[in-house]
Design a protein around this ligand. Structure first.
Ligand SMILES: *Cc1c(COP(=O)(O)O)cnc(C)c1O
Length: 472
């Protein structure tokens, strides 16, 4: 592709992109294809000779687009969003054009220094003390792994990196029954073993019980095990339950454990001063992760990892072969030493574009609206006799279900699963489900970049209409 061809295709694509974002609601929120349908449209062998871009783009529209779920649809209310915004997309375009690999300060000084500054901004924006230092990781899963590995190394005097884990008593890790599956993954990869992950009991609001945590730790200590770390959750994936961080921090400190806080989705709410009391005690954590790629309008991937003991993080990951030695390494951050991968994308650029485009107040206004609209949606559910709310909803997620007199939980589970399926087949709204204490709950998340209160009203209409039409 010549520079002139690139220019012309790029202009054309930007028009397509703007049209797409403007008319995203013309697409079904959830892809309406069957397994294998897209695959069948793709030739079994790659082309031997290069093809014209027009042909490639035309196939993108006819073969690929129908198989896409539209995550930027304002009524994509499933899972948690991977939200985005126009300034973030523009930054991604520049990043792709520069194609820089930002593993070391030297391999792009601006990428390193912008990342440092953006993480300082973000730290201030969420009210975290200056004692924390931040680094951008790809995902919360990677950040939580980094936290557990750092805890392991600090606890073994950086010895497990050298000699492995063999010998000593097993390390144990603690999270609530509602903790995310990435914690299970991290204990596997760290060499602790899933059997040594303790799932601590929760209260009526699905938040970890600190007394139960203390009890499990004591019983592990009595059994000769080595309690290592607690992963508390600020906003669980199922229901956005908030673990009591201050009480958990006291227990962790009493036993000398690393406290990591998984705030993957709800951490973005901490840009609102009024949300911070919910996270009281956070300042005592050893590390925190939250994903601007979930609720801060920054394209996936962008996960903000903050750690209090930067030395523990760097000593865990630093390896310095001759070919990576550089002149300035003592006075600059080399982020390849702050996590698992060596190679790094220039992710700070999109965060910078987003924070500057909206300003802190603009971002606060969006997040605040989402929380208000979730509260409003919740009030409609509460007022409807055929529905019930199933968990507290401090952020943008509401968990609820349709109810009918005379049906037991099992029948209601089946009925709500059928409602979910039918709602998602309309293409106008995409929601997902969870189970809370064995009961099937519909999850509606209001955190999309372009969602409005009118969209939320429309979602409620769709759900009510579908629920009314389903036979038990
Ligand atoms: C989404 C989520 C994760 C995983 O996030 P990734 O960035 O995809 O790894 C972890 N924990 C919680 C609480 C989440 O909601």
């Amino acid at each position: 592709m010549t520079p002139d061809e690139f220019r012309s295709h790029a202009h054309h694509l930007v028009d397509w992109m703007a049209d797409y974002l403007e008319n995203v609601e013309a697409h079904p929120a959830k892809a309406q294809v069957a397994p294998g349908e897209v695959l069948a449209k793709l030739p079994a062998c790659p082309p031997a000779r290069g093809e014209r871009f027009e042909a490639i783009f035309s196939d993108f529209r006819s073969a690929i687009m129908p198989g896409m779920t539209h995550w930027q649809h304002p009524l994509f209310c499933a899972y948690f969003p991977a939200n985005s915004s126009p300034p973030s997309v523009l930054a991604e375009m520049l990043m792709a054009t520069l194609g820089a690999q930002c593993m070391l300060w030297e391999t792009s000084p601006a990428a390193t220094e912008l990342e440092q500054r953006c993480m300082e901004w973000l730290r201030g924006m969420i009210g975290l003390p200056d004692a924390f230092e931040g680094v951008i990781q790809d995902t919360a899963s990677t950040s939580t792994l980094a936290a557990l590995l750092s805890a392991r190394e600090r606890a073994t005097g950086y010895g497990a990196n050298l000699t492995g884990l063999g010998g000593g008593a097993p390390f144990t890790v603690y999270t609530s029954a509602e903790g995310h599956s990435s914690i299970d993954k991290a204990v596997r990869i760290s060499g602790f073993g899933s059997d040594n992950l303790r799932r601590v009991a929760t209260d009526a609001n699905l938040a970890m019980l600190p007394e139960a945590l203390d009890e499990v730790i004591r019983s592990d200590l009595a059994a000769g095990l080595r309690p290592l770390a607690v992963v508390a959750t600020f906003g669980t994936t199922s229901s956005t339950a908030v673990d009591p961080l201050a009480a958990i921090a006291r227990v962790a400190r009493r036993h000398g454990l690393w406290l990591h806080v998984d705030a993957a989705y709800a951490g973005s709410a901490l840009i609102l001063p009024e949300a911070r009391p919910l996270a009281a005690g956070l300042e005592q954590a050893d590390s925190l992760v939250f994903n601007p790629h979930k609720w801060l309008f920054t394209n996936f991937d962008c996960s903000a990892y903050f750690v209090r003991d930067r030395e523990a993080l760097i000593r865990t990951f630093e390896i310095l072969p001759e070919y990576l030695k550089t002149k300035h390494q003592a006075v600059v951050n080399n982020y390849r030493d702050w996590g698992v991968p060596l190679g790094r994308r220039f992710r700070a650029l999109k965060l910078w574009f987003v924070i500057r485009s909206y300003g802190v107040e603009g971002l606060q206004a969006m997040v605040r609206s989402h929380i208000e609209w979730a509260r409003e949606f919740r009030s409609w559910v509460e007022a409807a006799p055929a529905f019930e709310v199933m968990a507290p909803s401090p952020f943008g997620l509401v968990c609820f279900r349709h109810v009918r007199p005379g049906l037991d939980d099992e029948a209601l589970n089946r009925l709500n699963a059928e409602i979910l399926d039918r709602v998602n087949r309309t293409g106008d709204l995409y929601i997902t489900h969870t189970k809370l204490r064995g009961r099937y709950a519909l999850r509606l998340v209001i955190s999309q970049t372009t969602v409005t209160l009118d969209h939320v009203r429309k979602a409620w209409e769709i759900i009510r209409a579908v629920a009314g039409s389903v036979q038990a």
